[in-house]
Ligand binder design. Structure first.
Ligand SMILES: [Zn+2]
Length: 438
């Protein structure tokens, strides 16, 4: 792509990134991605916004296109959609350590259905069955399914349009194992043991409602569930749930027992062992989209930037540089340790985020020691480099919840340990495998 062909894309990036970044820098980055690395220009633009911009910015083009759900590609930066809310609910989540309310669910029109999330969901109350006009939304593809997102530039308005929606993944309910549950399953029958269950009172569209949520497991995995009525679920007992639906939040499948669901106690016995971490491969995780309490064994192939001794904003907990927070200006930074690792298990690669306590355990370097080293050397990077050297190219078993975003799966490690590799045993195993094939 020649310089003048890049210009409209440079202009678009300038609008998105504002004055913070110079045109020369944008052009150089874009040229690098497109012409040196052969990256598709749309992906290159996303990568540049990620690298140079604030998180959460989205492209806004002068004339947003209007599309039907069935025509969405998952690559729309700004799109208008008129659709019916098949179902939706608000949810309190934590984003970068900050509590936040989102509103998410399923939208449908006469061409298809797709999950959606309103990221600024405070005060958003969309009625199930009502039609709305979503403007300036953007889409992402996950697991070959389109997800509709309404960010801070998006708007939602009630629409008078009447819409017949296609049935949401309709048809007969299918029997499924918990390990096979994935987003888009509109009607499933699942048998599992209730590991824990909690009754919570929440507000949905201004009405108090009670939701029962917890974790269910079978011999293939764990899943979080929500029940919208009291099925009398008891911890430790096994149930068959019929006509439930699956929705993913950031790739993690969740089993929902909605209006059509029924629950019966089951004879199946999964034993006491179920409910613990599930051993999995990265390719299996990628196929599903995420999971709770998953264990993966692989090799640490990269320690990403932002690992080691870092500064956090005391207000928003965001990682910052040189005591400057994009939201809170100059602040007195709080020092912290973390690792952002890339773990490869031979089937795929996954980001693993490791918090302070685990980082101290894995590297043997405490926060105080890292601060001391940084001061002694007059170089905060010195501590970070030393810590990276202690984890790279080691075999590691990591356990935690795995979320997904557009960059793929990311584990928030709850537990992690290095495995000693017995070179002799590995060599013998390899030799006997080779001999067996001769
Ligand atoms: Zn801040």
């Amino acid at each position: 792509m020649k310089g003048n062909e890049l210009t409209p894309h440079v202009e678009e990036l300038k609008r998105v990134l504002g004055k913070k970044v110079s045109e020369e820098d944008i052009r150089a980055e874009l040229d690098n991605f497109v012409n040196r690395f052969g990256v598709d220009v749309e992906n290159a633009k996303k990568a540049i916004v990620r690298k140079l911009g604030d998180e959460g910015v989205s492209f806004i083009t002068a004339d947003a296109v209007k599309k039907k759900i069935g025509d969405l590609t998952g690559n729309e930066q700004s799109v208008d959609i008129t659709a019916k809310v098949v179902f939706g609910e608000s949810k309190d989540v934590t984003v970068r350590g900050q509590p936040k309310t989102i509103f998410s669910g399923i939208l449908g029109d006469d061409t298809g259905t797709a999950s959606f999330t309103v990221w600024e969901g405070e005060g958003v109350e969309l009625e199930t069955g009502a039609v709305y006009e979503f403007r300036n939304a953007y889409t992402r593809l996950w697991n070959e399914r389109v997800q509709i997102n309404v960010g801070n530039r998006g708007t939602i308005e009630a629409s008078k349009e009447r819409i017949e929606t296609v049935p949401y993944s309709g048809g007969e309910p299918v029997d499924a194992k918990i390990g096979d549950l994935r987003e888009g399953m509109g009607s499933v029958n699942v048998t599992g043991k209730v590991i824990d269950v909690e009754r919570r009172e929440i507000t949905v569209r201004g009405e108090p409602r009670v939701v029962f949520s917890g974790k269910m497991a079978d011999d293939t995995g764990n899943v979080q569930f929500s029940a919208w009525e009291d099925f009398g679920l008891v911890e430790g007992r096994t149930y068959t749930v019929s006509n439930a639906y699956v929705r993913a939040w950031r790739g993690i499948p969740q089993l929902n027992m909605g209006d059509r669901a029924s629950v019966e106690e089951a004879d199946a016995d999964f034993g006491d062992a179920v409910g613990g971490p599930t051993e999995s491969t990265i390719s299996e995780i990628i196929a599903v989209g995420g999971g709770i309490d998953v264990s993966v064994t692989g090799v640490v192939v990269d320690v990403r930037q932002g690992s080691g001794l870092i500064q956090r904003c005391p207000e928003c907990n965001r990682a910052i540089l040189n005591g400057e927070c994009v939201s809170h200006g100059t602040v007195e930074p709080v020092l912290d340790l973390r690792l952002k690792l890339v773990l490869d298990d031979g089937t795929g690669a996954m980001n693993v985020h490791v918090g302070r306590e685990l980082t101290e355990k894995l590297t043997g370097v405490t926060l105080d020691a890292a601060v001391g080293l940084a001061k002694a050397r007059g170089d905060p990077e010195a501590a970070s480099r030393g810590m990276a050297g202690k984890v790279i190219i080691k075999q590691m078993k990591a356990t935690g919840n795995v979320l997904s975003d557009e960059f793929g799966p990311m584990m928030i490690a709850r537990e992690a340990e290095f495995l000693e590799i017995d070179i002799d045993a590995e060599a013998k195993k390899l030799l006997s495998e080779m001999e067996a094939t001769i």
